[in-house]
Ligand binder design. Structure first.
Ligand code: PEP
Ligand code: MN
Length: 358
């Protein structure tokens, strides 16, 4: 075969390549269009019956020289690439998904305090409001360390219905009074959307606890208010489920969501939950929302608070959440994990003075 003949055939191949390229992209555009419709319908992109039908059609019409097996392998690759494109498109539509490396949601409180802007935010206070004296003693100590966001928990989702359930509205009143005195903001867990009007009177930042993470009615309702929302990861929620829960709030109109990793259920018993620090790093990568690490409920014990606080800070999280009580042994809930006030001071020293500890 002469060199000219090879050149001529190669030119034909080049032309066919371009035709295939055009057809592949034409096919991809149609598949992407199907993906959009499927997304609106809320159905899965992957349809095994449809794939089997297409492969069967190709087999029926294949005149060679490629074998049916080769054709099927090539087209399976094309199907896979189309699916990846559809999935990428679907992901790009997710509002809480980070679209560029520098995209970040910064939450600004009425006095200009920011969460997610680069500072390490401390959210703290007792597990539950128990009395005005308990809140006052705690808040006074926290205020000396510049804490701005105070836990004012008045409704406690306890495992047993016979355990302390929180002080209710009276607890919110106490929290508000104490926070006002010390120039702090109140965050408090809401149990049900019927409580929203009442909470609006007392609370600066709404809080959805782990047990309510997938309460889509509550999530949607808090998407319609104009105050920030803290959302905790569910007890056994995957990161994807966690971000979809946040998406309920954001897609309903409220962009100001803070995520809290609070440990997940594993077989481990020496900690109350397993702190998923890898998950924190992934959340920071995948989402532009601020991420805070709860070092109290993830551990269930106070003796590892310091290392966990260091880990939280080193993970790239936007802050930490820790429970503090003036007298933990007599606390009405979570007695084992709440820090004493001196322990809290020591923890703050650890993360503020020892920047080079890592
Ligand atoms: C809390 O932080 O007050 C709490 C109840 O934790 P969780 O919802 O993570 O169990
Ligand atoms: Mn608690």
């Amino acid at each position: 075969m002469s060199d000219d003949r090879v050149q001529e055939l190669r030119a034909q191949i080049d032309a066919v390549n371009l035709q295939i390229l055009e057809l592949l992209n034409k096919r991809a555009a149609i598949a992407a269009e199907i993906g959009k419709v499927q997304m609106q319908m809320g159905v899965s992109f992957y349809d095994p019956a449809r794939e089997a039908f297409m492969l069967h059609q190709l087999e029926k019409h294949n005149k060679g020289p490629f074998s049916n097996e080769t054709i099927k392998a090539l087209f399976r690759e094309i199907f896979r690439a189309s699916m990846a494109l559809e999935e990428q498109q679907a992901k790009a539509k997710i509002l809480v998904q980070r679209k560029s490396p520098d995209q970040r949601t910064v939450i600004t409180l009425p006095d200009g305090t920011q969460i997610g802007a680069g500072d390490f935010t401390i959210i703290t206070g007792p597990c539950a409001v128990e009395s005005i004296e308990q809140m006052e003693e705690t808040a006074a100590a926290l205020a000396t360390r510049g804490v701005k966001i105070l836990r004012g928990m008045a409704y406690k989702p306890r495992t047993s219905p016979y355990d302390f359930q929180g002080m209710g509205e009276q607890g919110l009143q106490i929290a508000r009074q104490v926070a006002n005195k010390h120039g702090m903001f109140i965050t408090s867990e809401i149990m049900d959307q019927s409580q929203i009007p009442m909470f609006m009177d007392y609370v600066d930042i709404f809080w959805i606890g782990a047990r309510n993470m997938q309460n889509s009615f509550l999530l949607r309702a808090l998407g319609k208010i104009n105050k920030p929302v803290i959302l905790k990861r569910g007890l056994s929620a995957t990161l994807e489920e966690f971000l979809y829960a946040a998406e309920y709030i954001v897609s309903s109109g409220n962009p100001n969501v803070i995520l809290i990793e609070r440990g997940i259920r594993t077989f481990e018993k020496w900690t109350r939950n397993t702190l998923d620090i890898g998950g924190v790093a992934v959340l920071k990568l995948e989402s532009h929302l601020p991420v805070v690490v709860d070092i109290s409920h993830s551990a269930g014990r106070r003796d590892i608070a310091k290392p966990l606080a260091r880990v939280a800070k080193a993970s790239g999280a936007d802050g930490l959440m820790v429970e503090v009580h003036p007298n933990p042994p007599v606390a009405l809930s979570d007695a084992k994990q709440q820090l004493t006030i001196p322990e809290f001071h020591a923890l703050m020293d650890e993360i503020t003075d020892r920047e080079t500890a890592f």
